[in-house]
Design a protein around this ligand. Structure first.
Ligand code: 5AD
Ligand code: FES
Length: 338
């Protein structure tokens, strides 16, 4: 059956799986069993610190794109970032994800200083960066400073589709090159895409899967596209819960070893979206550790959840949610199990 040999599935078989809801129950059950055989009932925490919403890019889907003049911009100081880590550490976090727009205000020296400070202060923790496209030299410097993981979604692996989501100065080829460079340097690499982004076809999703079969990322983050009212894509419809869950399950079967988050975007389009994501094969949750005063401002899409909660509240909330569907949060670094 194609479910258990999905790595060798043909494009036609994948297309049938992606477009047909009839197999969903079997698909989710198969994904859950593969996930349990690799990771048991463990769910890993990533503490997300959204440290700047300035961005020099202008992606058509994103609420913090530089052309959005209504976005209220902020930057966290090194001290504020370290305070987030301190709060997170007390709550049991062993991974800190520094995420931001592409903001040239933070020089490589500053990023390295922040990374090495966290790395030396919390020796049992992993530092993850998610700050976009940089030169290979920069990536190497961050790695040498102690960043072990890097998240950079490819967004779509089809170049023609990529061009429809981004201004001409950006390219899918450049994005992929960054991902390969990160791998070469030795990072644990995360990539991913939005489900239901404007103009996306089933063929595009298959190209995404094929690209990742080549890259073999350690982490794969996907979530539904959700329109943001102050972007050129404000009137497009968002990605669905159903298709996102189906793609999570397919990813789990294709990449049994992968770390796959049940994302905030999934929790935004459905009150139990993250729980459903876990049941479809996800094994990571990424609660927010950003200071509450800036949370609302890191608005990539409309109606983002968890923007009013304190870090401790999100920790407790997720614990209950994860337990409610039969899994267990563990306070470990949650490294990939190849
Ligand atoms: N809807 C859903 N996800 C989005 N992202 C950016 N804008 C949106 C949106 N409108 C995702 C992108 C990016 C990640 C940080 O957030 O995939 O890589
Ligand atoms: Fe933030 Fe539930 S995870 S309130």
């Amino acid at each position: 059956m194609v479910l258990y040999d999905i790595k060798n599935a043909t494009d036609e078989e994948l297309k049938a799986l992606i477009e047909n809801s009839a197999n969903d129950e079997l698909l989710f059950a198969a994904a859950d069993s593969v996930r349990r055989s690799h990771y048991g009932d463990e769910v890993y925490l990533r503490g997300l610190i959204e440290f700047t919403n300035y961005c020099k890019n202008d992606c058509y889907y994103c609420g913090i794109r530089r052309s959005n003049r209504q976005a209220v911009r902020y930057r966290l100081t090194k001290e504020e970032i370290l305070k987030c880590c301190r709060d997170g550490y007390v709550l049991g976090y062993k991974t800190f994800v520094l995420q931001g727009g592409e903001d040239p205000y933070y020089t490589d020296d500053m990023i390295c200083e922040i990374v090495s400070k966290i790395h030396s202060e919390y020796t049992d923790c992993a530092v993850t960066l998610s700050i976009g496209e940089k030169s290979k030299e920069s990536y190497r410097r961050y790695f040498d400073a102690g960043a072990e993981r890097y998240l950079l979604r490819h967004e779509t692996a089809n170049e023609a589709h990529y061009k429809k989501l981004h201004p001409n100065c950006m390219s899918g080829a450049a994005r992929k090159q960054c991902l390969y460079q990160l791998k070469e340097i030795g990072y644990q690499v995360g990539t991913g895409f939005m489900v239901g982004s404007p103009f996306q076809t089933t063929e595009d999703l298959i190209v995404d899967l094929r690209f990742m079969q080549e890259l073999m990322p350690d982490m794969i983050g996907i979530g539904p596209f959700i329109p943001h009212s102050q972007t050129p894509f404000s009137s497009f419809v968002g990605g669905t819960l159903e298709l996102t869950l189906r793609m999570i399950a397919i990813l789990r079967l294709m990449f049994p070893y992968a770390l796959i988050p049940a994302t905030t975007a999934l929790g935004t389009i459905d009150a139990l979206g993250r729980e459903k994501g876990l049941k479809a094969g996800a094994n990571v949750v990424m609660p927010n550790l950003s200071p509450v005063k800036v949370r609302k401002q890191y608005e990539l899409y409309d109606n983002k959840i968890c923007t009013g909660e304190e870090s401790a509240q999100c920790r407790g909330c997720l614990e209950r949610r994860v337990n409610s569907v039969g899994y267990r949060i563990v306070n470990s670094r949650g490294d990939v199990r190849r």
